[in-house]
Each structure stands twice: as structure tokens, then as C-alpha cells.
Design a protein around this ligand. Structure first.
Ligand code: ASP
Length: 252
């Protein structure tokens, strides 16, 4: 018999070799993933909607600095954090997304607001941030997203490319308290969740900071419905991770 509900989440395609991972790092990553899974599972267990479970699980990951989403997102080549997120309801084929936002604390909730409270599917940049603010979603200073090890990853990446690193953003914290637990997973990382609820409705959500050192203004697959995120009850719920340009070209 098929399970009453199901939930699958990923923490991105950045490579973490098991052999390189110290036991305390392994525990730290698993603990956050477990918390996210539990947040989604609690919704589904109470016969809640797949869409709510997806949003609840992603919000846990986006608030955690270990993952490339929200706090802990990677930097663009000019030292900015630009966030992309999308959510889709497989029961109705309604979808919402934001791209290049810099001020809304939980972009997955902004994506959901676009879906439910605007006639649009995708809002970008300052217009998307302004929409989120008008909808009452919590705003933060862009320095909130700054994490020291991501800054060092940007410096390394630009050095490899023979480019000069930008100056550190104003107000950036030098707090490295979580750094010992974080693992350098390379240029990428994203979070994604798919769920099916007890009514067999499915939903998908994806959220990313993009790839380290990408150009400001670059948008990957994650917020594009049909590339990095898709859900429909008769087919499946999908959240992608990997080099977004390939997903876009192939309409994955
Ligand atoms: N797909 C994301 C992007 O290209 C990155 C990732 O999944 O790691 O923006």
C-alpha cells in the first residue's frame, strides 16, 4: 500500500565527499535536514496540504547558515546575495516565484505570496522585494544573509578566475561560529522539497542563492517553472539542483 503521505528534501548538488566530512559536520547537516523534514512531516501528519509542508520545510533550511539559501547563500561576483525561489501546487498548477531578491527574509514565502496574492507567476529584483514588503513579509538588511565562509569562497573563486574580489559589504558580520561545522561544497548548493499529502496532492519548492561568483542579475533554473521547479498531480513534483543553465536549456 502506498504511504499516506510523503516528503523528500535535498540540500543541493554541491559535492560533499563522505570521507571529507568530520562526524560533527555530518551530525550538523543531518540535524538541520531532520528538523526541516520534521517541520514538513508535522504538516502532512496533521492532514495538512503538500504546499504548506513544502513551505514549512524550506523555511527551516533557509534560516540555517549551512545551506546555500537565505542566510548562508553564496555571493555574486560583485559581492551581493541575490536569492531565487519558486513554489508550485500540483493540484491547481498555480505557481509563484521570485528572482534576485535581496531583502525579504524568507523568499519561499514571497514566492507563495506571488502565487496567491498577485496575478503573476514570477517577480524579480526590487519589484519583488517591494511586493514582499507590501504583503507584510519580514524584511532584513542584506547583511543578514552574509556568512564569512561564503565570502572566502567568493574570494577563492574570483582568484581562480584571475578577478579582483569586491570590497566587503557594509555591516557584514565576521561571526564564524558555525564555520567549523560547515563543509566547502564547491560553487553550488540549493534546497528543495517535494511533498504529497493524504489527498494525493503534490507540491514542489526550490530556493537558492545561485552559484558562487555568478554575474549579478543572473537567474538560474530554480525560480523557473518547468526548469528547476515543477508539480502536477498526474505527473510528479520536482525540485532540481545543479548548474541551472543546463536545466533551462533542456526544459528539465
Ligand atoms: N540550480 C541552482 C542554480 O543554478 C544552483 C544549484 O542547484 O546548486 O542557480
Amino acid at each position: 500500500m502506498a504511504p499516506a503521505w510523503s516528503l523528500v528534501l535535498h540540500g543541493g548538488s554541491g559535492v560533499i565527499d563522505r570521507a571529507d566530512l568530520k562526524p560533527e559536520q555530518d551530525r550538523a547537516y543531518r540535524a538541520v535536514l531532520a528538523r526541516a523534514a520534521e517541520a514538513g512531516a508535522a504538516v502532512l501528519e496533521a492532514s495538512g496540504a503538500a504546499l504548506d509542508a513544502v513551505e514549512a520545510a524550506i523555511r527551516v533550511l533557509e534560516d540555517d547558515p549551512l545551506f546555500n539559501a537565505g542566510r548562508g547563500a553564496v555571493f555574486t561576483a560583485d559581492g551581493r546575495v541575490e536569492l531565487d525561489a519558486a513554489i508550485m501546487d500540483g493540484a491547481t498548477l498555480e505557481a509563484g516565484a521570485v528572482a534576485g531578491v535581496t531583502r525579504v527574509r524568507n523568499p519561499i514565502s514571497a514566492a507563495r505570496a506571488v502565487m496567491e496574492r498577485s496575478p503573476h507567476v514570477l517577480l524579480m529584483g526590487t519589484g519583488a522585494d517591494a511586493f514582499a514588503a507590501a504583503e507584510g513579509l519580514r524584511q532584513v538588511d542584506p547583511s543578514y544573509f552574509f556568512v564569512e565562509r561564503r565570502w572566502r569562497a567568493l574570494e577563492k573563486q574570483l582568484d581562480r578566475e584571475g578577478l579582483i574580489a569586491p570590497t566587503r559589504p557594509l555591516g557584514a558580520s565576521r561571526d564564524e561560529s558555525h564555520a567549523a561545522l560547515a563543509h566547502d561544497e564547491g560553487k553550488r548548493g540549493t534546497v528543495g522539497v517535494v511533498a504529497r499529502d493524504v489527498r494525493a496532492d503534490v507540491a514542489a519548492g526550490t530556493y537558492t542563492g545561485g552559484t558562487t561568483g555568478n554575474r549579478s542579475g543572473r537567474v538560474g533554473d530554480s525560480p523557473l517553472i518547468g526548469a528547476g521547479t515543477y508539480a502536477s498531480n498526474p505527473s510528479a513534483a520536482v525540485s532540481g539542483t545543479g548548474q541551472g543553465e543546463h536545466f533551462i536549456r533542456l526544459s528539465v
